[in-house]
Design a protein around this ligand. Structure first.
Ligand SMILES: Nc1nc2c(c(=O)[nH]1)N[C@H]1C(S)=C(S)[C@@H](COP(=O)(O)OP(=O)(O)OC[C@H]3O[C@@H](n4cnc5c(=O)[nH]c(N)nc54)[C@H](O)[C@@H]3O)O[C@H]1N2
Ligand SMILES: Nc1nc2c(c(=O)[nH]1)N[C@H]1C(S)=C(S)[C@@H](COP(=O)(O)OP(=O)(O)OC[C@H]3O[C@@H](n4cnc5c(=O)[nH]c(N)nc54)[C@H](O)[C@@H]3O)O[C@H]1N2
Ligand code: SF4
Ligand SMILES: [Mo]
Length: 887
């Protein structure tokens, strides 16, 4: 059996074909017909089949930690919410939802909150993700419209990435752009990011600007364009307003001044400005380096201003392009899931819109003012103003800023309901009621990707245990609360209502209109092909590009220039906290790791939370490559493995957002992150927190590899996860056990089991090595040292694949290092084929001097292609050495 569906991870929205064999095994591949990916999948998409097992799944409702029936659980939620509303009013409850809900789930929860409970206290993790783009779009266009489509990215002659690491975060789209560049010798790529990221590998120019200075850079560009008369006068004159004010604001801003404030050279800035000025087909792509800032909205508008001045919008190969993060970031905006929106791109503050929606829903009450935005919502929970909260499909104890405070807020809350597909997350731990949701592969509905394309997610697996669809759970609670209008026959029914509302009393006034799909019957919904909204009677096959007639959704139908006054970060660095903490993503993990953290393959690329330092900052802080650092801010602290690299901007430290208490001790970066938000969008400043760094020096460090799952420690720094055919624990401590050997045996879960020990002890140096062998096979090993100087994990993990340990392997275990060349493949670079750094550099030294040549010899980079930027980097670093050796 094969089913076409959509990848549940990033906003590229790749089509997936899932196949189920007769034995129940599932395999996935890219859908060759899907217009987002034409058959390709990145490392995360390729590993989907490895994440659908039921390990760790929440399979039954739980109340106060004990299993409960659905009837009881739903009654407790409905009665609990009803009681709080009765006693304290509707604003004493809140819903915190997610861009990973399907559109249908999202539609009904928004309807329940705004039209029936009567509170706009519904917000979503999209507040942390897209809120600044939403406000920026609305300010400029009068609507939250992404103008272009993916083909524009292939037709452009200049691609400007601002605060986007697309090589790791939107890999398939990034590869489409690189492939187009290969065919178009005129095409140039510019990356604007304080860090040198994987995305810079394919770029012609990297602007390592001072963190947060984007508005200055784009104001400078606007001034340069105006000064050089690169103005589309006809477009500006007839289709925009406000140009004079915007230009007045940037008057006199020279390249030199721009360069000085942004911390760039004049040459780099003028080269970028010159390319932008001379290239008609420019797309400026932006993501979290823009959105997650206290100037996020201004950054968006400073970019859009430049496109408006040059009239580069609504035409092939050009436009501003917000890359959305989550699979349904866009769908959530369409249903109005944010606290200050209404359904179908209508405005909560507009009485006319409230009236339309209220009549359409036959809603008894209607929220009439904006609700609490994410950060404020959890503050209100902490203050006891919100007494019941229902969290769906998001993990705020990990992902919200000032995360220890979020945890404390939940601990103090009267009623915490969490719908999740996993049993144990940092957030589910604090739930009074846990509701088991269907996961990807089981659930059914629609999602919208970055180019406004609506695709179906289809189920191909049965509902496990008692799990239910999110929309069904929400409707069941709504019905129990006595609300009419939630008795949908099925998910298609919800979609039809959503589509119908988009066209209700619209008549071209609102951008979001999919009314042509309101009449789909169940089988047409089932068969729905990917389509880009608007989908109307006039455009029944959808719309690739918006604003082609230069008409916008403002009252006068003109786009608006916004004058931008650059502002510094809300919390500047100080003498005590002199480094800027920047946070973001790694290639193979998805957010809080609840799914991608299940597979050894995806953990093999990067296993530990790390902090990337510029060499000079590392020296000043006294932290060393591979050692540990304690990072502290005014809000909290964490520990991370140190990476020292000149790719990091001086004064900045980068830490991934992913690790949390399920996977690491002291590894949750949001404990440190400041809760400052953009004043207009309410989006947190996740990329800029003042911190300090110190060496973290426990008395000992160790790692354990074991076929049995290893118990997680309850304090100190540790990291836990799967690795190859075993489990891996990195662990540190200050207390030394009486007997390391007994400790090792207990850690491996081998107490009382007959095993052969291979042991090496050097108590004076504080070094111990133990390996347990059973029937000739390695069962586990434990390596202990006084610091981080421990042997290669990759080599040892490889030994677990062997059925019988060779004499050589036994000797090397004892010696703590591999004997013979090629035994240690090094840290994994290509996770698809498990190819390590040492293997790749050896191949380069032998003469493979291109990504293709490495692919031919080792297969690395030939599946998802996500490691190609790292292969290029290794070639650049290794090839000169090869030449030196040869000469
Ligand atoms: N592998 C993977 N892919 C993902 C996700 C994931 O978890 N893992 N999540 C998805 C989601 S929800 C999202 S929102 C997207 C995010 O996709 P991206 O926004 O591309 O990813 P980030 O790593 O958060 O941040 C992007 C870059 O912003 C830079 N930056 C920091 N400060 C500044 C600044 O002041 N100016 C500029 N110009 N740049 C700055 C950072 O150095 C970083 O490289 O990724 C999506 N794709
Ligand atoms: N420091 C820092 N913090 C950040 C960011 C950053 O760059 N830096 N980025 C922010 C951004 S852009 C985002 S999008 C957020 C993401 O942050 P979160 O949304 O908190 O992260 P996820 O791990 O995606 O959480 C999804 C949860 O939903 C569960 N789940 C998965 N599928 C389903 C389903 O179908 N139904 C239900 N009910 N549950 C399901 C998963 O098991 C998981 O627990 O993080 C934000 N936080
Ligand atoms: S690029 Fe990767 S994560 Fe994003 S949708 Fe495609 S396969 Fe999924
Ligand atoms: Mo996101």
């Amino acid at each position: 059996m094969s089913v076409k569906t959509t990848c549940p991870y990033c906003g590229v929205g790749c089509g997936v074909v899932a196949r189920k064999g007769a034995d129940g095994t599932v395999s996935v591949e890219g859908d060759k017909e899907h217009p987002a990916n034409f058959g390709r999948l990145c490392s995360k998409g390729s590993a989907l089949a490895e994440t659908i097992d039921l390990d760790g799944r929440l399979l039954e409702p739980m109340v106060n930690g004990a299993p409960a029936t659905w009837d009881d659980a739903l009654d407790i939620v409905a009665d609990g919410f009803a009681k709080v509303i009765r006693e304290h009013g509707p604003d004493a409850v809140a819903f915190y939802v997610s861009g990973q809900l399907l559109t249908e789930d999202y539609y009904v929860v928004n309807k329940l909150s705004k039209g029936f409970v009567g509170t706009a206290n519904i917000d979503t993790n999209s507040r942390l993700c897209m809120a600044s783009s939403v406000v920026g779009h609305k300010r400029a266009f009068g609507s939250d419209t992404v103008p272009g489509c993916y083909e524009d990215l292939e037709q452009a002659d200049l691609l400007v990435f601002v605060g986007s690491n697309a090589a790791w975060c939107h890999p398939i789209l990034h590869q489409r752009m690189l492939a187009a560049k290969e065919k178009n010798p005129n095409c140039k790529i510019v990356v604007i990011d304080p860090r040198r990221t994987a995305t810079c590998e394919g770029a012609d120019l990297h602007l390592s600007l001072r963190a947060g200075s984007d508005t200055v850079l784009f104001n400078g560009l606007l001034a340069y364009l105006a000064g050089n008369n690169v103005i589309d006068r006809e477009f500006v004159g007839s289709s925009t307003t406000g140009v004079a004010d915007a230009l007045a604001e940037v008057a006199g801003q020279t390249v030199a001044r721009t360069a000085a404030i942004c911390g760039l050279t004049e040459g780099t800035v003028s080269l970028f400005f010159d390319w932008f000025a001379k290239t008609e087909r420019v797309v400026t792509l932006y993501s979290q380096g823009v959105n997650q800032s206290t100037s996020g909205v201004d950054k968006v508008n400073s970019i859009i201003n430049c496109h408006l001045l040059t009239g580069r919008i609504g035409r092939p190969g050009m436009g501003p392009f917000s890359l959305t993060g989550q699979p349904n970031a866009m769908g959530g905006r369409e249903v109005g899931g944010l606290a200050n929106q209404l359904a179908a791109h209508m405005e909560l503050e507009k009485a006319e819109h409230r009236d339309i929606v209220q009549r359409f829903w036959r809603a008894p009450v209607m929220a009439d003012k904006g609700g609490l935005k994410a950060v404020d919502m959890f503050d209100a929970v902490a203050a006891g103003k919100v007494k019941a909260i229902w969290i769906m499909s998001t993990n705020p104890v990990v992902s919200l800023p000032d995360a220890d405070r979020v945890r404390a807020a939940l601990e103090a809350c009267e009623l915490v309901v969490v719908s999740d597909c996993m049993r144990s997350t940092d957030t589910t731990r604090h739930a009074h009621v846990l509701l088991p949701a269907l996961a990807w592969g089981e659930k059914d509905g629609t999602v919208t990707n970055s180019e406004r394309r609506i695709s179906r997610q289809r189920s191909f697996l049965p509902a496990p245990g008692e799990a239910r669809a999110d929309w069904r759970i929400i409707c069941d609670v709504a019905s129990r609360m006595g609300y009419a209008g939630f008795d949908y026959a099925g998910v298609a029914d919800v979609f039809r209502e959503h589509a119908d509302l988009s066209g209700f009393e619209n008549a071209g006034k609102r951008d979001f209109d999919i009314s042509a799909m309101a009449g789909l019957d169940d089988s047409a919904y089932e068969a729905m092909a990917p389509v880009q909204w608007p989908v109307t009677a006039a455009q029944p096959l959808g719309t690739a590009r918006m604003f082609q007639t230069n008409e916008f959704f403002t009252p006068d139908r003109k786009a608006r220039f916004i004058p931008i006054v650059p502002r510094p970060a809300r919390n500047p660095t100080s003498r005590e906290y002199r480094l800027v903490l920047n946070t973001g993503r790694v290639r193979d993990q998805w957010h809080t790791m609840t799914r991608t953290g299940k597979t050894a393959r995806l953990l093999s690329h990067i296993f530990e939370p790390y902090a990337e330092f510029h060499p000079e900052d590392a020296r000043l802080a006294g932290v060393k490559q591979d050692g540990l650092a304690l990072l502290t801010s005014a809000w909290g602290k964490m520990v991370a493995r140190v990476v020292v690299t000149a790719e990091q901007k001086r004064g900045c430290v980068f830490v991934p957002m992913h690790w949390n208490e399920e996977f690491a001790g002291e590894g949750r970066v949001n404990a440190l992150v400041n809760p400052a938000v953009d004043p207009l969008s309410g989006q947190p400043e996740s990329k800029h927190t003042p911190i300090k760094a110190d060496p973290y020096k426990p008395k000992w460090q160790a790692f354990i590899l074991s076929r049995n799952e290893i118990k997680r420690p309850d304090s100190g720094y540790w990291v836990h996860g799967k690795a190859g055919d075993c489990w891996r624990l990195e662990v540190t401590g200050n207390e030394r056990p009486e007997s390391w050997r007994d400790w090792a045996r207990a850690q491996l879960g081998l107490d009382g089991v007959e095993i052969e020990w291979i042991a090496y002890r050097d108590p004076t140096a504080g070094r111990f090595r133990y390996a347990a062998v059973r029937d000739g096979r390695l069962e586990g090993c434990v390596f202990i040292a006084p610091n981080h100087t421990l042997p290669s994990r990759a080599w040892l993990i490889g030994l677990f694949a062997e059925q019988e340990l060779s004499a050589n392997a036994r000797m090397s275990l004892l010696a703590g290092k591999p004997f013979g060349d090629g035994e240690d493949k090094g840290a994994i670079v290509c996770s698809c084929f498990s190819i390590g750094r040492n293997q790749i550099t050896a191949e380069i030294k032998k003469g493979s001097d291109s990504v293709e040549a490495i692919g031919r010899c080792l297969k690395a980079g030939t599946n998802c292609g996500g490691c190609k930027p790292e292969l290029n980097k290794l070639i650049a670093a290794t090839a000169p050495m090869r030449q030196a050796i040869a000469s």
